[in-house]
Design a protein around this ligand. Sequence first.
Ligand code: NAD
Ligand code: UDP
Length: 318
Amino acid sequence: MKRILVTGGAGFIGSHLVEYLLAQGHEVLSLDNYFTGSKENLLHLRDHPRLEIIRHDVVNPLMVEVEEIYNLACPASPVHYQYNPVKTIKTNVMGTLNMLGLAKRVKARILQASTSEVYGDPAVHPQTEDYWGHVNCIGIRSCYDEGKRAAETLMMDYHRQNGVAVRIARIFNTYGPRMAINDGRVISNFIVQALCGEDITVYGQGQQTRSFCYISDLVAGLVRLMNTEDFEGPVNLGNPEEYTILELAQKILELTGSPARLVFKPLPQDDPRQRCPDISRARKLLDWQPTVPLTHGLNETIRYFAEKLRQQGRKLAV
Ligand code: NAD
Ligand code: UDP
């Protein structure tokens, strides 16, 4: 049994990770400032004897005794990370610095939730970990992309300079229950719109691609990476099945049986045109690969959002 800190523990991925680690028998500290996360995500675990819940902002130093740190604190949806971009880069740089300082002091192993966004609008496809990326450093996504790139730099420098045991997960688009209804990311938007019979907002012509990983697969990958020995470099974690956004919209319409129609909206600035992980490294190093098919994951997510919308008294169109 280990004592493990999860920053961003009340968020979408964080809350599933907290649940998984508790089920493995560990003692877990969940830390969050509740910017995009919600207490409701951990409500079912509130009285768990091995869970401690702390309200804290990672831009401020923290003193706790732990053996492992999963550093997930950071808004992940473009809508949310662009709401206060200065705070986003501060969270990524100062937050990671604080968590690395803690890891160094208490000799904890630390895993950073990095992102496929470090590849920017990639010129190499699918993306391998040795690709350095194609990122605009002055655009509206830079607070997140460059923040995460700087966080990776900090991780490697703390490793080289101070011998901190670091792990870097480059997470590709992940989805599932407990995404927020107002999250603004594509899967939650399309499902909520389909269930409510509202227009499905496809940005651009919907020809850009993404690869979607179900939450349980991702959490299993994160824990395997944390527990792997002697590997400090970045590891892609994602599902290598690639879809256009238009294909995704059509699939969600089909699965929900919704009468909603597609509408085309302007493509946001610097929106990556293609994204698909090469997961050879994760397969070899972690013996990991996603197992949940998109249809199954979407059905689980649709069921979750339908229930949430009903609880809010929203009338469903399906
Ligand atoms: P999320 O927004 O649901 O969760 C982020 C959590 O961090 C929230 O609970 C939020 O309140 C908290 N937080 C934000 N700023 C904080 C701060 N300064 N101090 C303390 N807590 C703070 O997003 P998510 O999808 O669960 O993402 C979790 C992590 O994984 C993020 O670091 C994100 O960048 C990374 N990631 C996610 C995806 C994805 O597809 N979901 C893809 C790549 C990377
Ligand atoms: N997108 C869309 N409609 C929406 C939300 C997003 O067409 O309502 C597109 C967005 O332009 C991007 C893709 O879906 O090309 C994935 O967007 P998301 O915000 O989920 O994540 P990203 O991978 O861009 O960080």
